[in-house]
Design a protein around this ligand. Structure first.
Ligand SMILES: [Zn+2]
Length: 255
């Protein structure tokens, strides 16, 4: 099983990290601010089955310069384990960062992902219309990307799928009130579906209230498979295959 989105540097304990690395076939760890980026790369270099995605979250673009974005290219070119750009995007839920600045840094990071020809990991919260407009402006995306922790409606999902993007669901899809998310889940083409934990955030319902860790992805897998009326192993293989294709990872044997 692959966790396509975790912040491993933020896990509560070293045991959580070691347990998660053992429990999963691959984990993509995300570094999305100045402190997290080097930590994500370090963790990826430490464990064979961990890869890193680097970029600046919309909350964290206030104190950086465009030159910091240029530096992302260098970090990618120097580290084989850096395989994607992000998470980057738009977040209008909190007004930590002016909208224009968010848009500017989102667009610049889209350009970098395209230049490096790597997947783009997109964060979008209460900004779905603008997020999709910007992505469409920069189409096509030969290396594709992910709308991570999907929180949009069916229309947004379809626009993303039309761009060749993958739709990734996190633990919040298991929450009792998330009917609208599950309604979208039903319609996602299976070859575009991914699962993630977004650890240490968004623990699935069965572990809610505790910090999340990648090994909890199996609760989300089980829930999603049940909800879709599909076999759990089938959904695991399908979503893993999608992640392997997207990130160009080596295939592995299931034990
Ligand atoms: Zn994240």
């Amino acid at each position: 099983m692959i966790d396509t989105h975790a912040h491993l540097d933020m896990l509560k304990t070293e045991e959580d990290l070691v347990e998660s690395v053992k429990a999963l076939d691959y984990i993509i760890t995300i570094g999305c601010d100045k402190e997290e980026i080097p930590k994500a790369i370090d963790i990826a270099n430490k464990f064979d089955n961990v890869y890193a995605s680097i970029g600046y979250h919309p909350y964290d673009v206030n104190d950086i310069q465009l030159s910091d974005l240029e530096h992302l290219k260098e970090l990618h070119n120097r580290n084989d384990k850096v395989i994607a750009i992000g998470e980057t995007g738009l977040d209008y839920y909190r007004d930590y960062t002016p909208v224009d600045r968010q848009k500017e840094f989102f667009k610049e990071q889209i350009k970098i992902a395209k230049e490096l020809n790597v997947p783009l990991i997109v964060h979008s919260r209460e900004a779905n219309e603008d997020t999709m407009d910007i992505l469409e402006e920069f189409a096509p995306f030969p290396a594709s990307g992910i709308i991570h922790c999907f929180g949009g409606d069916r229309k947004m999902m379809e626009r993303a799928v039309d761009l060749g993007f993958y739709i990734s669901f996190a633990g919040n899809v298991t929450y009792p009130k998330a009917d609208n998310l599950r309604e979208v889940l039903k319609h996602v083409p299976l070859d575009r579906l991914l699962l993630e934990t977004d650890s240490p955030f968004l623990s699935p319902q069965k572990k809610r209230g505790k910090p999340n860790k990648p090994s909890n992805i199996f609760y989300t897998l089980e829930f999603v498979a049940d909800y879709l009326g599909l076999d759990k192993d089938f959904v695991e293989r399908k979503t893993d295959e999608n992640a392997i294709n997207l990130f160009k990872l080596k295939t592995f044997n299931y034990t």
